[in-house]
Write a protein that binds this ligand. Structure first.
Ligand SMILES: [Mg+2]
Length: 204
């Protein structure tokens, strides 16, 4: 199974969900399927699920999707019991498991040696956790996840090969500001503002 075929299904269904991705190919292939400023690329390896959890808790009426890698999640397994404990119904955590640290030189991860991250998620207490084996099955499981009253974990076993897509069009700094402005505009929030010195206020 190719990850991009599942991403195409997700993009059809995701609406205006905020989507958090990691440093590697997941980001560019997802962006090719659903471009826009509602996508946030996390450059700190491992933190996709934790940052997505924070967004889901902070914006409980907004759908949040984490697109994680096996290497990334293995680095931050402690996010799973925290997600289980907080159980935000608006969070879907999608694991793209190609059994390799792809972005850092094709070194095998533990999932190729038998670690089952869906079983780990279930063991952490995430009740809605399952493997998906085809894009058609993804359509069903992902649709149900968007409607679910619990957090959902979906595991995808995918080929190691990347799909041909354009490069990500911005660096992490531009991505951060564009994403935050997108959240401000779509949520009616003020998140970032510049504080002027008191002398400026006095003169104005
Ligand atoms: Mg990987």
């Amino acid at each position: 199974m190719k990850r991009i075929d599942c991403f195409k299904v997700m993009a059809e269904l995701a609406g205006d969900a905020l989507v958090v991705t990691g440093a590697g190919a997941n980001t560019v292939e997802w962006y090719a399927c659903r471009p826009g400023d509602g996508n946030f690329r996390v450059r700190t390896m491992g933190l996709v699920s934790s940052i997505a959890l924070g967004m889901a808790l902070g914006l409980p009426h907004r759908q949040v999707i984490a697109i994680d890698g096996d290497g990334s999640l293995l680095m931050n397994l402690c996010s799973l019991p925290t997600i289980a404990r907080k159980n935000p119904p608006n969070l879907v955590h999608v694991l793209v498991d190609n059994e390799v640290y792809e972005a850092s030189g094709e070194i095998d991860t533990a999932t190729g040696a038998g670690t089952d991250l869906v079983a780990v998620a279930r063991g952490a207490g995430i009740r809605r956790a399952s493997w998906v084996n085809s894009p058609d099955e993804m359509r069903t499981v992902f649709s149900e996840a968007l409607e679910a009253r619990d957090a959902t974990f979906i595991g995808l076993k995918v080929e190691r090969a990347r799909s041909e897509v354009p490069p990500y069009p911005m660096d992490e700094v531009e991505n951060k500001y564009r994403f935050i402005r997108h959240v401000e505009q779509t949520e009616g929030l003020s998140i970032l503002s510049a504080h002027m010195p008191a002398s400026f206020l006095k003169d104005s």
